[in-house]
Design a protein around this ligand. Structure first.
Ligand SMILES: Nc1ncnc2c1ncn2[C@@H]1O[C@H](COP(=O)(O)OP(=O)(O)OP(=O)(O)O)[C@@H](O)[C@H]1O
Ligand SMILES: [Mg+2]
Length: 426
């Protein structure tokens, strides 16, 4: 019988904290048994700015998920984002040791370590070192070199770094909420989201994942099955809400309501005679405006977001190289007209990414967070792509690490992670 483990994904977003607990079996099946959400009050643009508020929100969301699942959370995989995230591609090279010149774990660890010898300012922390391909004696495109013969081992890696203080504040907030984690449990959010919504064919062909949240828009580009570029932009759906509140002179909460119920990213899609009711900021006067006018406020901001993404694609050198197109996910991707606008600005076929291949019958209701969206009552929406992706990432790390331990009795944490990553993506 397949082994089972309890795994927790903790998505600390700018608008919501989401905790999902799942039972994972060795064969890759994930069964959600608990979910809890709470409004996020201690973050700005994806970064923890108030630890106490963040701890309170984590405790609230985790408590709800624990009660539903009937288990206590011990540890979790936690998402990280924010404009402080940087990524670079780096190369490592070593000579293969041992008389038989057979590539061993220790050679793989050494070459990945060699790729990490980059000029890094002291205020930056390495979050991920993701092997993209190995090269054995000049032969490229090797996914897993363990056991191969060769004298010279090289690796191309994608290295993701973040500000030491931002990583520490995130880890500290989670630890203060009683969840045992270290920096090793921190996962780049777009990487996690990609695990939930992209399929292998898309990764192989070339695809850009765009997670539009409240405070950030996260980007991950994949090609030939590898991660090629990641970036976090400090703009998201909350900026649309501010624009509406400012433009229509109404409260933030009313702007949020009208955005979710009536918003559209392309004003021309709205018939000229449709109108929407707006409550003035005083809360006393209601007035009607053409719905098109609302959408004329929204469109430039969404256009700006997709234009910034396009610039990132060009900067990364992947313009014209993404035949699988764009996949939108995150709460703000749900707006009507987004797929059409993204497709026009990026010049790519675009689809919505919703978590796939995950099961479980859980129903929840968060009246604070989702009062305008009663249909957000389960994990299978783009809003929870990051949280679900964290489960998938975590399951892979845990099972692979344990198998390594059993097989070799000399499980190296780093090696487990490298191999977990290789197994995941190739
Ligand atoms: N149906 C909808 N139409 C338009 N916007 C929506 C809809 N549903 C949610 N949003 C917006 O999505 C945003 C929240 O998305 P999400 O929950 O993915 O963010 P987050 O993960 O908390 O933030 P971040 O990832 O930026 O830190 C909010 O701005 C919200 O208004
Ligand atoms: Mg998010």
């Amino acid at each position: 019988m397949a082994q089972k483990r309890i795994i927790t994904g903790l998505d600390i977003g700018t608008t919501k904290i989401c905790v999902i607990i799942a039972e994972s079996s060795e064969d890759g099946l994930l069964e959600v048994i608990g979910i809890g959400t709470s409004p996020s009050l201690g973050l700005r643009k994806g970064v923890v700015v108030d630890i106490d508020q963040t701890v309170r929100s984590i405790l609230d969301a985790a408590g709800k998920a624990e009660r539903m699942a009937g288990v206590q959370i011990d540890t979790a995989f936690v998402g990280i984002a924010g404009a402080h995230i940087n990524s670079i591609n780096s190369h490592g090279v070593v000579a293969v040791t041992g008389p038989e010149k057979e590539i061993k774990e220790s050679d793989i660890i050494r070459v990945v370590e060699a790729a990490q010898f980059i000029n890094l300012p002291p205020d930056r922390h390495i979050i991920h070192v993701l092997p993209r391909e190995f090269i054995v004696d000049g032969c490229r495109g090797i996914k897993d070199p363990l056991g191969m013969s060769g004298t010279r081992l090289e690796v191309e890696t994608h290295i993701v770094t973040g500000l030491v203080t931002s990583v520490q504040n995130l880890v500290k907030s989670v630890q203060k909420a009683g969840i045992n984690i270290t920096e090793d449990h921190v996962v780049l959010e777009p990487l996690a989201a990609s695990e939930a919504v992209l399929n292998d064919d898309e990764r192989e062909l070339g695809v850009v994942l765009i997670d539009i949240g409240g405070g950030t828009t996260d980007i991950a580009i994949f090609q030939e099955g590898n991660i090629a570029y990641t970036s976090v932009l400090p703009v998201g759906g909350d900026h649309v809400t501010y624009d509406i509140a400012y433009g229509l002179k109404c409260s933030h909460i009313k702007a949020e309501e009208i955005k979710i119920k009536k918003g559209c990213a392309i004003a021309d899609m709205i018939p000229e005679d449709e109108s929407v009711e707006v409550m003035a900021a005083s809360g006393k006067k209601k007035y009607e405006i053409p719905r098109r006018y609302l959408c004329e406020i929204i469109e430039p901001r969404m256009h700006e977001i997709f234009s910034l993404v396009q610039k990132e694609i060009v900067k990364a050198g992947y313009e014209g190289l993404l035949p699988a197109g764009a996949v939108l996910t995150g709460g703000a991707s749900l707006m009507e007209g987004n797929l059409e606008l993204a497709s026009e600005v990026l010049g790519l076929p675009t689809r919505l990414g919703t978590p796939e291949n995950i099961h479980g019958l859980v129903d929840f209701l968060d009246e604070d967070l989702y009062r305008f969206q009663p249909d957000i009552n389960n994990f299978n929406t783009a809003v929870f792509a990051t949280a679900v992706g964290l489960l998938r990432y975590g399951a892979n790390q845990i099972f692979y690490g344990e198998n390594m331990e059993k097989e070799n009795n000399l499980m190296e944490n780093l090696f487990g992670r490298i191999r977990g990553w290789i197994k995941e993506f190739f």
